[in-house]
Design a protein around this ligand. Structure first.
Ligand code: SAH
Length: 220
């Protein structure tokens, strides 16, 4: 793989961060992470694309019928998570690994689950090559969560969920937050759920987004 990150790429990322700020992202740490993570290296070898596309604010196909999320969406979900260094974060939907890399750059410890075996293998290898030591990749069905490392301070779902995943709520720490796109894949609401106490939750609803759907089971 060609892992070159040049001054030109860095310049494009700076422009992207400015664009995201203009669109309403205000968290400085999130914008710094967007500036730091080389998004053009997360598109997969078999994807034909122009590198400048990597720094446009657009989603992009990455193989296996999946997409790398739009930078604005990644920044928006990252901001809603209110990440603190050393927090334990569970991500559902590893995909390209880009969202996980942004969260790891914020100083968190990431556990991320992907249901597509090929995508899981490819992204695990990429994150290792790029040196993201604080991201652990798992092959599995995100509806089950990852109970062996629970509870999590934060949980992020990066695929549209038609119903609230109960097991994820159970694996959230008291005071923890779950950010997920809720509803129909083409137009879901970004929702943040805070676990106030065992069995007691509060909910905030933010803007509309489009995601690929969260599906049950694993794909070999
Ligand atoms: N966070 C990713 C976004 C990828 S798109 C990124 O930054 O690139 C959503 C991903 O969720 C897809 O890769 C899809 O395969 C995965 N997915 C969908 N349902 C899932 C489930 N039940 N468990 C784990 N991953 C799932």
């Amino acid at each position: 793989m060609n892992q070159v990150d040049t001054y030109r790429h860095k310049g494009l990322r700076k422009e992207l961060a400015v664009k995201l700020h203009d669109k309403g992202i205000t968290d400085k740490n999130v914008l710094n992470s967007i500036e730091a993570v080389p998004r053009h290296l997360f598109f997969g070898n078999d994807t034909v694309f122009y590198e400048t596309h990597a720094y446009e604010d657009k989603a992009f196909p990455i193989g296996e019928g999946q997409t790398i999320s739009q930078p604005f969406t990644v920044a928006y979900q990252s901001e809603l998570l209110q990440v603190q260094p050393k927090e334990k974060i569970l991500e559902i939907g590893t995909g390209s690994g880009y969202q996980a890399a942004v969260l790891a750059t914020l100083g968190a410890k990431i556990f991320t689950i992907e249901r597509h075996k090929k995508l899981y293998e490819r992204t695990k290898e990429l994150l290792q090559e790029l040196g993201y030591a604080n991201i652990k990749c798992f092959f599995g069905d995100g509806f089950e969560g990852m109970p062996s490392f629970a509870p999590y301070d934060k949980i992020i779902v990066t695929a549209a969920v038609p119903e609230l995943p109960k097991k994820l709520l159970q694996q959230l720490a008291i005071g923890g937050k779950l950010v997920l796109p809720f509803g129909n894949e083409a137009a879901c609401d970004m929702v943040r759920i805070t676990k106030q106490a065992e069995g007691q939750y509060s909910e905030e609803v933010f803007g509309k987004f489009a995601f690929v759907p969260m599906l049950k089971g694993k794909v070999f």
